[in-house]
Design a protein around this ligand. Structure first.
Ligand SMILES: O=C(O)CCC(=O)C(=O)O
Length: 258
C-alpha cells in the first residue's frame, strides 16, 4: 500500500493481508465474543437493528488468556504497525475494536463520517476532520463486498448532495446512493484501511448475508482523546498484562487499573 494512495483516496484495499491460520483463529475468537455479547444484549439486538458491536478486547469475554493475548498480539503486531504507521507516522495509538456481523434484521446502509456522531456543530466537525486523525482497519474474516467510501472525502467538506444525504435534509435519506462512491469488494483475509473522517458506509445489511468483519481503530494521539480512552478503560490491558503483549505495545496509551 502506498501512503500517497491513502492520502489521495482516504481508503485503500490491501489484498491477502491475513493468512489462513490467522483467519481461522480470528473467526473462532470473534464468533465466541459475538455469542457472549448476544447473550448480554438479547432481544435488544433485533429491536435496535444492531449491525456491529465494539470492545472485543474486554477481558470478560475471555475466560482463557491465550485467545485474548492472540488478539492483542495482532493489534500490536509489526505487520499492522507497519501498515498503520505508514499513514500515521507519529503518536500512533490503538483506540478500540469493532465487529460487523450478520444482523438479526435487514436494514439499508447509511452514509456517514464518524465525526458526525460526536454531537458537534458544523464548524466544529470541519475542525475535527482537519485536526484529528483516526483510521479504521477492516479485516473481513469472510468475503465481504459491502464497504463503500467516497474517495477524497476525508480531506474536504461535503458537497451539497453529500451533506443533504448525511443529515437527511430536503427529504433525502442517509441510504440514498452517492454517485462518487467506490465499492471495496474484499475477500476473506484482505484488509481495507480507511479514514474515519471520510464519507463511508456498509452498502446494505442483510439478515441472510454471512458477515464477520473485524475492525481495528487507530489514531494519532493528542490530549483531546484522554476522556474517550478513560471511558474505554475496560477494553484495555492492565499494566501487568501490557508487559506480556508482544510487538508494539507502546501504541496502548491507556491501561486498565484493575
Ligand atoms: O463496513 C461497514 O459496514 C461500515 C463501517 C463503518 O461505518 C465504520 O466502521 O464506521
Amino acid at each position: 500500500m502506498s501512503p500517497r494512495e491513502y492520502e489521495e483516496e482516504g481508503c485503500v484495499g490491501i489484498p491477502s493481508f491475513l493468512d489462513g491460520s490467522e483467519l481461522e483463529k480470528l473467526r473462532s475468537i470473534c464468533a465466541s465474543v459475538l455469542e457472549q455479547w448476544r447473550g448480554y444484549v438479547g432481544e435488544g439486538e433485533k429491536q435496535h437493528g444492531l449491525i456491529n458491536m465494539s470492545g472485543l478486547t474486554d477481558r470478560s469475554y475471555f475466560p482463557k488468556r491465550e485467545p485474548w493475548f492472540y488478539l492483542w498480539n495482532l493489534i500490536c503486531s509489526q505487520k499492522i504497525h507497519d501498515l498503520v504507521s505508514s499513514v500515521i507516522p507519529q503518536d500512533l495509538f490503538f483506540l478500540n475494536s469493532q465487529l460487523f456481523f450478520t444482523p438479526k434484521k435487514s436494514k439499508a446502509g447509511y452514509w456517514h463520517r464518524d465525526s458526525q456522531y460526536l454531537g458537534l456543530s458544523e464548524e466544529k466537525e470541519k475542525e475535527e476532520i482537519q485536526e484529528n486523525r483516526i483510521i479504521h482497519l477492516h479485516l473481513p474474516l469472510y468475503d465481504d463486498p459491502l464497504f463503500q467510501f467516497v474517495p477524497g472525502s476525508h480531506n474536504r467538506w461535503d458537497s451539497v448532495l453529500e451533506n443533504e444525504v448525511r443529515f437527511e435534509k430536503k427529504g433525502r435519506k442517509q441510504s440514498d446512493p452517492l454517485p462518487c462512491a467506490k465499492s471495496y469488494r474484499a475477500r476473506a483475509g484482505d484488509a481495507i484501511l480507511f479514514s474515519a473522517h471520510g464519507i463511508h458506509r456498509g452498502k446494505e445489511y442483510h439478515s441472510d448475508f454471512p458477515r464477520l468483519t473485524l475492525d481495528l481503530l487507530y489514531g494519532q494521539w493528542n490530549k483531546s482523546f484522554t476522556e474517550l480512552v478513560q471511558s474505554l478503560q475496560k477494553v484495555y490491558p492492565s499494566k501487568k498484562e501490557l508487559k506480556l503483549i508482544e510487538g508494539n505495545s507502546s501504541i496502548l496509551r491507556y491501561t486498565r487499573s484493575n
